[in-house]
Design a protein around this ligand. Structure first.
Ligand SMILES: [Zn+2]
Length: 84
């Protein structure tokens, strides 16, 4: 259920509303970077073999923004994401 007071919502609609997302294995968005966080719940995406880290999720085409599957499911209707 969508709740606009959900703690995970921090104004992401400014840059994530209606964007196209790609379900993919985690890849680094910048060379000097070894992880990213879910834009909503801050779960870590990384290439490390750790049970706490995600290695797959939804990302923008430039790989700058990552969204975990749970947050994707919770917010996809509100953010009107396009999936390819
Ligand atoms: Zn998340």
């Amino acid at each position: 259920m969508f709740d606009k007071n959900d703690w995970r919502l921090q104004g992401q609609e400014k840059y994530l509303k209606g964007v196209t997302l790609y379900l993919k294995k985690y890849i680094k968005s910048r060379d000097a970077w070894d992880h990213d966080h879910c834009e909503f719940c801050w779960t870590k995406f990384s290439l490390e073999d750790s049970p706490d880290h995600l290695d797959e999720g939804y990302a923008t085409q430039d790989n700058y923004h990552w969204i975990c599957k749970r947050c994707f499911g919770d917010f996809k209707d509100v953010f009107q994401w396009e999936i390819t």
